[in-house]
Every structure is written in C-alpha cells, then in structure tokens.
Write a protein that binds this ligand. Structure first.
Ligand code: NAD
Ligand code: MG
Length: 394
C-alpha cells in the first residue's frame, strides 16, 4: 500500500523539496492534497506533475483561478478554498502523513488537526510548535500518531537519539543537546553597518536556500532562538540542557552528548531533502537525491560561541524559552510582524530586535493552558507590534 501524503505549504521551499523526494519513490508514496496561500500558478504546475486528489488555496480569488485552469486542462484534482479546507485535507481518513510546511503561526490549526487525527506529522513549521508548545505536544499524544522533526537540526538530534526514541519523550542517558547554527550572512559583518542592510542581503544565506521569512530569521539568529524553543518541546528538555554552537560550515546539523561522554552527530550536505527523506521513511532509509558528503573537500569544521550583542534576537528567544507559558507566542508574533515589515522595506534591519524587545517588555504573559489563551497572546502581540511600526519607519 502506498503511503498517502498531504503537503501543507506545497509551493514553498520545503514543499518543493518534499515533492522532489516523493517523485523519486512513486511506488512508495502518493499525494493526497497540496496546499498554498495564493500562488495558483505554482500549485497548478504541481498538480499537473503529481495529480493530487485535492488542491487547496487559502485565498478565494486564487482558488477561482486555479479551479478554472484545472477545468480547462481536464485534470481530476478538486480545488478547495479557505483555512477550513486546510484542516480537512490534513485530517482526512485516507491521509497517512502530513508535511507541515506552511510558514508562520498560520500553520498551527491544520498541523494541530493532523496531529489530533493521529497522522504521522512531518514538522517543518517550527512557528506552530513555538506558539502552541505543550498544547501541540499534547495533541500529538492524544492523536496517537508520530511526530517527525524536519527542521534539519531537530532531525539531526532525532537521528542521534537512543534506539526507539519517540519525539516528546525525555531521552534517557542524555547530558546535553548541542544545537548548531551557521551564524547566517552577518556573522562577521561590522555591526556598525547592520542598520543599512537590505532584505536581499539578509536573505542571502551562505549555505542554505530557503523561504524569505526563515532566511531573515537566520540572519538575526531568531531562527536559532525559535529552534531552541522547538528543541525544548520536541525533546522534553529544559533550556539548561541545550547549548547553541555556531558552526559556519553547516556540515554538522546538531549533536547529542550522552552521560558516558559520547557525542553523536549527524552530518551531511546542507540540503533539506535529507531530513525530509529521513522523516518520510523513518526508521527506514530512502534515497533523497542528495549526494555524498565530501569530508576532504570540507577540510575543516569550526565552532564558536554565539555573541548576544551581535544577535539580540537570540537572547530574546532564550529569555522567552525560560519564561515559557505564552512568552514564546508573544515572541513569535512580534517577530513575524517585524520580519514582514522589514521585507516590505517599512522598517530597517535593526528595528527587528528593537520591536520584539519592546513587545516582550509589555507582554502580558499568562498560562498557555488553552488554544484560546495562546491565540489571544498571538493576536495581542501582533496588534502591539503593528502599532510600533510607524515609530520605527525608515
Ligand atoms: P516558504 O515561504 O518558501 O513557503 C511557505 C508556504 O506556506 C507556501 O506554500 C505558502 O503558500 C504557504 N503559506 C504562507 N502563508 C500562508 C498562510 N497564511 N496560510 C496558508 N499557507 C500559507 O517557506 P519555507 O522556507 O518552505 O518554510 C516553511 C516552514 O518550514 C517554515 O516554518 C520554516 O521555518 C520551516 N523550515 C524551512 C526550512 C527551509 O530550508 N526552507 C528549513 C527548516 C525549517
Ligand atoms: Mg533549522
């Protein structure tokens, strides 16, 4: 029996990489549904290639365009529209695996629906976990499915865990998790020039090719901060059990240090098809299309401690991890607003940490005991951050 997959966020960087891995194993996997926000052209091209049963567009006008194009071409794919449809194709009984690759907190509802329906959830959408944290992990437990981390660092940590390990459990015999990060495009740039950097410069990651939002997050190292919170949740580990290490070559994707002194690492080329293939087939191994790692060509692997002066977003995220409750939801929402405004050239690069800092200073942190509480925190933080934008306008 083929495993049927829904890809939430199919037109993005992770979505395309997932389709590339699936295309190499037509005997193993079929595509149930593909979803996107409004990029009807790319979704149409994907529908031609993989003939999914459903295609979902969040925006109604884009859905109409896609529906018309699909009708004209005589494809059998049914086009659905809106956030409810995202949830429907995430939890449909026919679906075995859901790739959660929507960017931002917008991915929370369908990803949670997949988890509660007991699907095997391949989690790339880190913001969903950061925002809803323990509630999301509880949804996975209740649903009885499996959670496979796709973020390369968390997939690396998962691969280095003791045999039989399941995400959400505290790993036995582990001393520390070492979370690596490249330091992004501004690791060595003169801090005095950071105020003038453009979205293009911030998105030019030295090692990885990714969507715009995560690329900016990598430049500020908020990405590593969100990943720190993500690691606390996925591996049931307190902040004190996780260390961030800068590793500019992006060859080691993270490490697990054991009580006996052993340190296990996962290495590979910086290509998301590797963790995607590992998640899809786990515990089996399948080809991903990624070539072998050439250690001699890599020559040397280097490491350094992160600078919180250079990367204030990392410090803000670690503080939110310590505060927990709804603090990560506040942090994430403020960051989403600030990064979107930076990409639209409404604010400068240094306004990103300044806005998040101002939001966190005013944040009304409450217990994250219900989805409503978490979503309220998310909305309040968005409003507050939006209100600050004129003050930081460039
Ligand atoms: P992307 O911007 O390339 O793609 C985002 C996808 O989400 C698109 O298909 C888009 O249509 C959809 N989308 C955007 N807003 C939406 C909304 N409001 N409602 C529904 N769908 C919406 O992003 P990406 O780089 O592929 O990243 C996706 C997720 O995976 C992010 O959470 C990111 O942090 C995580 N991730 C990405 C990488 C990477 O290499 N790209 C690595 C690790 C983790
Ligand atoms: Mg990552």
């Amino acid at each position: 029996m083929k495993s049927l997959v829904t890809i939430l966020g199919a037109t993005g960087s992770i979505g395309e990489s997932t389709l590339s891995v699936l295309a190499q194993h037509p005997e193993r996997y079929g595509v149930f549904a593909l979803t996107a926000r409004r990029n009807a052209e790319t979704l149409l091209a994907q529908c031609r290639r993989v003939r999914p049963r459903y295609a979902v567009m969040v925006e109604p006008e884009a859905a109409s365009r896609l529906r018309e194009a699909i009708r004209q071409e005589g494809l059998a794919t049914e086009v659905l529209c809106g956030p409810q449809a995202l949830e429907a194709v995430a939890k449909a009984p026919e679906v075995d695996q859901v790739m959660a690759a929507i960017v931002g907190a917008a991915g929370l509802a369908p990803t949670l629906a997949a988890a509660e329906a007991g699907k095997r959830v391949l989690l790339a959408n880190k913001e969903a976990l950061v925002v809803a944290g323990p509630l999301f992990m509880e949804g996975v437990r209740r649903g009885g499915g499996a959670l496979l981390p796709i973020d390369s660092e968390h997939n690396a940590l998962f691969q280095c865990m003791p045999p039989g390990y399941r995400a959400g459990a505290a790993p036995v015999g582990v001393r520390r998790l070492l979370l690596t990060g490249s330091g992004g495009p501004f690791r060595t740039r003169d801090p005095k020039t950071l105020g003038a950097v453009t979205p293009e410069e911030a998105c030019a990651h030295p090692n990885w090719s990714m969507g715009q939002k995560i690329s900016v997050d990598s430049a500020t190292m908020m990405n590593k901060g969100l990943e720190f919170i993500e690691a606390c949740l996925l591996f049931a580990t307190p902040p004190a059990g996780i260390e961030v290490v800068i590793h500019p070559e992006s060859v080691i994707h993270s490490l697990v240090a054991y009580e006996d002194g052993s340190v296990l690492a996962q290495l590979g080329q910086p290509d998301m098809r590797t963790p995607i293939a590992a998640g899809l087939a786990w515990p089996e191994r399948i080809a991903s299309g990624v070539g072998p790692l050439d250690l001699v060509a890599a020559r040397s692997l280097t490491f350094e401690a992160p600078s919180f002066e250079r990367f204030p977003c990392l410090a803000l995220a670690l503080a939110a991890a310590e505060r927990s409750a709804t603090a990560p939801a506040w942090l994430n929402a403020a960051n989403e607003i600030a990064v979107a405004a930076f990409l639209e050239r409404r604010i400068g690069y240094l306004a990103i940490p300044a806005i998040i800092d101002a939001v966190m200073a005013k944040a009304d942190i409450g217990e994250a005991t219900s989805l409503e509480a978490v979503l309220q925190a998310d909305q309040a933080a968005r409003r507050y951050a939006e209100g600050l934008l004129p003050k930081f306008a460039c």
